[in-house]
Ligand binder design. Structure first.
Ligand code: AMP
Length: 196
């Protein structure tokens, strides 16, 4: 299983990523968690990226590629992965694909978790009360949603054009979303991806 979950902030990628990874016994690689761990550990990298995260801006592609791609290749070499939050730009996707294809480790299927904007804002504000993330503040939330639309949403076509993508309704209850993803995966995995 080499799956990518694409979706705006607040769509439930983290929850679903953990569940699907457990079900298929593969690694769940959540880019945001990796970055937040660096910030919490106060590493040199953590200090470099903290400002981007709390502003709701994307960390530069080269930094992300250095940090995340080795983990993706290692997981692919073991049993596979569920990616959540990476790639997040076309440049990241193209670079990761180029590197991963050399190692037969590229994303094999992608799921777009669709949720309307108004619902996302409400969800993220609720999460702000529970988790207290530095980027769950109203103006930062709005910026993160804009960043998704501008930089990340083009990935839907990137993977769709390659025959790798399915869409699920992520407004449903978490268990129903999991069911939809698990139902969509076998056909996606069987489908022969068209050349990149
Ligand atoms: P997330 O937990 O996926 O919502 O990510 C939280 C924050 O981490 C994002 O708003 C970005 O600042 C940063 N981040 C996570 N993944 C990436 C990525 N692939 N590229 C750039 N920045 C990222």
């Amino acid at each position: 299983m080499r799956l990518l979950l694409i979706g705006p902030p607040g769509c439930g990628k983290g929850t679903q990523g953990a569940r699907i990874a457990e079900r298929y016994a593969v690694e769940h690689i959540a880019a945001g968690d990796i970055l937040r761990a660096e910030v919490a550990a106060e590493t040199a990298l953590g200090r470099q990226i903290a400002g981007y995260i709390s502003a709701g801006a994307l960390v530069p592609d080269d930094v992300i590629l250095d940090v995340v791609v080795p983990k993706v290749l290692a997981a692919a070499k073991a049993d596979g992965y569920v990616l959540d939050g990476f790639p997040r730009t076309i440049r990241q996707a193209a670079a990761a694909r180029r590197i991963a294809e050399e190692h037969a480790s590229a994303v094999r299927c992608a799921i777009y978790m669709e949720v309307p904007q108004e619902e996302l804002v409400a969800r993220l504000l609720r999460r702000a009360e529970i988790e207290g993330r530095s980027d769950d503040k109203p103006d930062v939330i709005r910026h993160r949603l804009e960043v998704f639309t501008e930089a990340t949403a083009p990935l839907i076509d990137f993977y769709g054009e390659r025959g790798l993508l399915d869409v699920v309704d992520a407004t449903l209850a978490p268990d129903e979303v999991t069911e939809q993803i698990l139902t969509a995966l076998p056909a996606l995995v069987r489908a022969r991806p068209v050349a990149s």
